[in-house]
Design a protein around this ligand. Structure first.
Ligand code: CU
Length: 237
């Protein structure tokens, strides 16, 4: 039996113009916004200026100097298709989940953005900014429903994605509505810019397997990340 709940109606968000969002420029800006959020999110709790007082006993270098910045280039994309870069360590690293909660809206009978990348354990806030009645129906890669929630303007529903998987989002009422959510176990994950460039700050040095996903292509690279800046080229797919 299908489980459907209706969220409570709330005030219209005046910052989101209803009925817009169909133009390519709008989609690009939404994707860029999502990417920016991911890049911000990926630096986790390793913000250098948030360092507490230096320890009294140890006279070692500040923590940020021991961390790495990964500056790389993956295959370039287009308005809708971007490379995804994942770093999986060969050693234990403890990278806090991003504090910012990604949002997937419903505008102009579209999910906005159409793609969200999150780490396992992250929560996504699903909202609706238009009067059409929609459902947010999320299925896992096996085709099983994770949830199917009815939305009216102002509805909000949050879900925490615990398991790494490639998920699809559809609306049961409008077949033209679809989106994708990728949930990854990697502590460092980002979506490359349109030109393929990406930056991952605050990476703990060590050996990593880098996975670059571009459309149906999925390549793995073994890299040694050292403290300071690391320039990596993953354009050879
Ligand atoms: Cu719909």
């Amino acid at each position: 039996m299908r489980h459907v709940t209706v969220g409570e109606a709330g005030p219209v968000d005046p910052t989101v113009p209803a009925g817009r969002g169909r133009g390519p420029a709008r989609r690009v800006s939404q994707l860029v916004a999502a990417v920016a959020a991911l890049v911000v999110a990926s630096c986790g709790g390793d913000v250098p200026e948030a360092q507490p007082e230096p320890p009294a006993v140890e006279a070692s270098a500040p923590q940020d100097a021991s961390l790495a910045e990964v500056v790389g280039v993956a295959p370039g994309g287009d308005a809708t298709l971007r490379a995804i870069v994942l770093l999986d360590p060969h050693h234990e690293v403890d990278v806090p989940l991003p504090e910012e909660m990604p949002v997937m809206d419903q505008i102009g009978r579209q999910f906005v953005p159409k793609f969200i990348l999150v780490r396992a354990g992250q929560t996504i806030n699903f909202i609706s900014s238009e009067d059409d009645i929609h459902t947010v129906h999320v299925k896992n890669s096996a085709g099983e429903s994770l949830f199917n929630v009815a939305f009216i303007n102002g509805s909000s529903y949050t879900h925490t994605f615990e398991v790494g998987d490639a998920l699809t989002v559809i609306c049961d009422t409008h077949t033209e509505m679809f989106a994708d959510i990728m949930v990854v176990d990697s502590p460092y994950a980002t979506v490359a810019a349109r030109d393929g460039s990406f930056t991952l700050p605050g990476v703990v040095p060590g050996r990593y397997t880098v996975t670059v996903i571009f459309a149906a292509d999925r390549r793995e690279y073994e890299v040694e990340i050292v403290p300071g800046r690391n320039d990596l080229d993953f354009t050879e797919m």
